[in-house]
Design a protein around this ligand. Structure first.
Ligand code: G4F
Length: 322
């Protein structure tokens, strides 16, 4: 039985990845941070618990990581833990860097010392591209990285230190460069789930208004379930390498909002207002990923369209808001 170790196991991607790996027959281990409301910590993991082992741990606690990896001796390590909210990275820039940048260094060191034969996956992000777009309107593995947020800058460090450790210490360490990916399990302070939840609350008469920030940025939105399949493929490629994971389609926040409200028979213009607290000091205006390398290497194709993704999220909130 193969063993996987996942940081960020209680997040959206960690929970889908755990389900996927358990389905493949893995023994799955992961860490969660201590929180004063433990009931909230593992709510995304309320599925099949056999072969799922959750410990307390933190990416900023290097010795704890090394102790766990020594004990578990995983075959595969997925570093999905992060301070993952871009706007909030402006509120807590040092914490973001400690977790997303030095945290990667901490877990790489633990991996190198405790189980260097394992394979290591780093959750890198399209936010690293920042304001760079290739002349054909896409971002890909070769696109220059010019990040525009503390979050993006911290992720560039993580991406680069993975390269460095791969080359310097001959480790099987890889980067998946994931564009935005969503699902009903997405935190409701990210824009897709915020819009869907808010629109359903309005539809059900529980709210009258939805406050958003910038509606004119574009994102390439896929489904987390499709993207965790890609993580497993990328990690298990014969040669450690980096791959973009994206749908190749882009929509503005306004188009996405219009789609959701229209599905519910509402006109978003009657309910959505802008609140400057949701604007970012520097915005990333446009993302559209070219995942040709991933598709041609592994025959990966996303199963969800943008519409199927949004429809699943709408259905979830319609069923769960009374
Ligand atoms: O949903 P978002 O907060 O996602 P963002 O900033 O693109 O980051 C996500 O995707 C990255 C991949 O590129 C990940 F690395 C990262 O961890 C995270 O998962 O915002 C999307 C867009 C932005 O342009 C934002 O300004 O929506 C805009 N927006 C407009 N109103 C809003 C809101 N975003 C949020 N969160 N809340 C709003 O009220």
């Amino acid at each position: 039985m193969k063993k996987a170790f996942i940081t960020g196991i209680s997040g959206q991607d960690g929970s889908y990845l755990s389900e996927y790996l358990l389905g493949l027959g893995y023994e799955v281990h992961g860490i969660v941070r201590r929180n004063s409301i433990p009931e909230h910590q593992q709510s995304r993991l309320d599925f099949h618990r056999k072969n799922l082992h959750v410990n307390y741990g933190d990416l900023t606690d290097a010795s704890g990581l090394e102790r766990l990896l020594k004990k578990i001796q995983p075959d595969e390590i997925y570093n999905l833990g992060a301070q993952s909210h871009v706007r909030i990275s402006y509120d807590v820039p040092q914490y973001t860097a400690q977790t997303n940048a030095l945290g990667v260094l901490n877990i790489l060191e633990a991996y190198r010392n405790a189980c260097p034969e394992a394979k290591f996956y780093q959750a890198s992000s399209s936010e690293m591209f920042g304001s760079s777009v290739d002349p054909d309107g896409f971002q890909r593995e070769t696109t220059r990285m010019t990040p525009v947020s503390p979050y993006g800058c911290s992720k560039v460090f993580g991406y680069n230190i993975v390269h460095n450790y791969r080359n310097a210490f001959k480790l099987h360490a890889v980067n998946g460069i994931l564009f935005n990916h969503e699902s009903p399990r997405r935190g409701s302070n990210f824009v897709t789930n915020k819009v869907v939840k808010g629109a359903v609350q309005i539809k059900k008469g529980k709210s009258k208004v939805l406050e958003l920030g910038n509606m004119d940025s574009y994102r390439d939105w896929g489904h987390s379930k499709d993207y965790v399949r890609a993580m497993h493929l990328i990690l298990n490629h014969h040669t450690p390498d980096d791959f973009v994971v994206a749908t190749g389609q882009t929509h503005s926040v306004r188009e996405m909002t219009d789609y959701v409200f229209s599905k519910l028979g509402l006109d978003y213009k009657e309910f959505v207002v802008q609140n400057p607290i949701y604007l970012r000091p520097e915005e990333l205006p446009y993302l559209r990923g070219d995942s040709t390398k991933l598709r041609s290497t592994f025959n990966w194709v996303p199963e969800y369209t943008f519409e199927a993704l949004m429809d699943e999220m709408i259905e979830f909130w319609m069923d769960n808001i009374n």
